[in-house]
Design a protein around this ligand. Structure first.
Ligand code: CAA
Length: 384
């Protein structure tokens, strides 16, 4: 039985901050942000959006009437959820009009939980081949105004349907994974911004990738030459390059050029949006299959997922026969191109106005999900 990602879509709010403008406002060289860190823009999250509205706005792009009937489980991965008890998946189930006879659960392990969601969905469909599982990965990455992490903020969501006979990508069931108690990044319950040792987290990310790559090669006998491209968790796009550079010399000349070109393709969307935490690695995957010019059906892509604290997983997928037809490349590019650019002052106002959610507030935000896409706008610095 072939199981994998049948459909996927992304969503990010309609406001963006240009990072050259931010660098100048912070007294930094713009090239540090655009080249050294590798980010051009970041999503700015208005206070009428949260992880539920973003996740729902991503999922509603792919759900058909048949999907709504067949989805048997909603897995919602996030580390910036709106409630410490009730799962975001229950709000999503209602807002998306899914059957009440479905399981709904929220998962947390920093940026890694979306991958665990997909692996659970894979196992579930193996046991129940007629079912479909909706996996949503949605987050807001907040570090604080004028902090070192500010340039790596962002937000948005990815929605994926896992099923038998997928149209996009098949899981190859070759995962290697590891967890290790590390204090690189965490967020105590009373805080909306993470506590982070950014340089330590970069080092742990690189180490875990290298360790898992060696283990993966031993387990599968594959080499770098077996892959058309890599999708990395991208807290900032340079991170993927730092990881891949550790092993790139294992590839032959032409293959090295191809992997590096496809790494750039995988970074394009994240450059414009910033960190999505749980969704980042899947935005990178979407970017790779949307922007690469040389991917062919039957070729394999490697996926490296990392979540601080720290847990990581490396696995591969195979591109399906007509995958090109089903990649939402144009829609994603249009969504990014149509965003409104905000000034640094507007961004700071919006950052400080983000809700610390209570139940009632999240209900309001969740209920406005559909309106967010259809009615809200921004003109002359005013929301309309
Ligand atoms: N032109 C070009 N490059 C320049 C430059 C210029 N004028 N000035 C500086 N640079 C380069 C530096 O040389 C450096 O490059 P290398 O990393 O290749 O050495 C790069 O720009 C960044 O410079 P610094 O290291 O001095 O930057 P910083 O101290 O301000 O910190 C950061 C950068 C660690 C990413 C920080 O933004 C941060 O803490 N971010 C949040 C945490 C994070 O994203 N960690 C990543 C892994 S954790 C993870 O994956 C989980 C998760 O999602 C959080």
């Amino acid at each position: 039985m072939i199981i994998g990602i049948d459909k996927m879509a992304s969503y990010t709010p309609e406001f963006a901050l240009d990072l050259t403008t931010l660098a100048l406002a912070r007294g930094d060289e713009p090239e540090k942000y655009t080249i050294g860190i590798g980010q051009n823009k970041q999503a700015v999250i208005p206070n009428f959006e949260d992880v539920v509205t973003m996740g729902v706005n991503a999922a509603r792009k792919i759900l058909t009437v048949a999907d709504r009937e067949q989805i048997d489980m909603v897995i919602f991965a996030t580390e910036s959820g709106i409630d410490n008890s009730k799962s975001a998946a229950i709000y999503a189930q209602r807002l998306l009009g899914l059957s009440s006879f479905s399981r709904t659960i929220e998962l947390k392990q920093a940026c890694y939980a979306g991958t665990y969601g997909l692996m659970q969905a894979n196992d579930y469909v193996k046991a129940h081949p007629d079912k479909r599982v909706l996996v949503i990965a949605s987050d807001i990455a907040r570090y604080g105004i004028a902090t070192p992490g500010e340039v790596t903020q962002g937000g948005g969501a990815i929605a994926m349907i896992v099923s038998q006979d997928p149209k996009l990508l098949a899981f190859n069931d070759d995962s290697v994974y590891m967890s290790q108690d590390v204090a690189d990044f965490w967020r105590p319950l009373d805080r909306t911004e993470a506590i982070v040792d950014g340089h330590l987290s970069t080092d742990i990310y690189k180490e875990m990738f290298l360790t898992l790559w060696q283990r993966y090669k031993q387990n599968t006998n594959k080499t770098l030459n077996d892959f058309a491209g890599f999708a990395f968790h991208l807290p900032y796009t340079k991170m993927g390059k730092k990881a891949l550079d550790q092993i790139i010399d294992e590839a032959h000349d032409g293959q090295r050029q191809r992997l590096l070109a496809n790494l750039e393709a995988s970074q394009l969307f994240s450059r414009e949006v910033g960190n999505l935490y749980t969704g980042s690695v899947y935005l990178s995957l979407l970017s790779l299959i949307s922007n690469s010019s040389d991917l062919l059906p039957g070729e394999q892509l490697a996926i490296f997922s990392y979540g601080s604290g720290a847990e990581a997983e490396l696995y591969s997928v195979t591109l399906q026969k007509d995958f090109h037809q089903y990649v939402p490349a144009d829609e994603t590019k249009a969504m990014l191109a149509q965003r409104h650019e905000v000034t640094v002052a507007e961004y700071e106002t919006m950052f400080n106005a983000q809700l610390h959610h209570s139940y009632g507030e999240s209900q309001t935000a969740a209920n406005s999900a559909r309106k967010t896409v259809q009615f809200w706008g921004w003109r002359d610095g005013q929301r309309i």
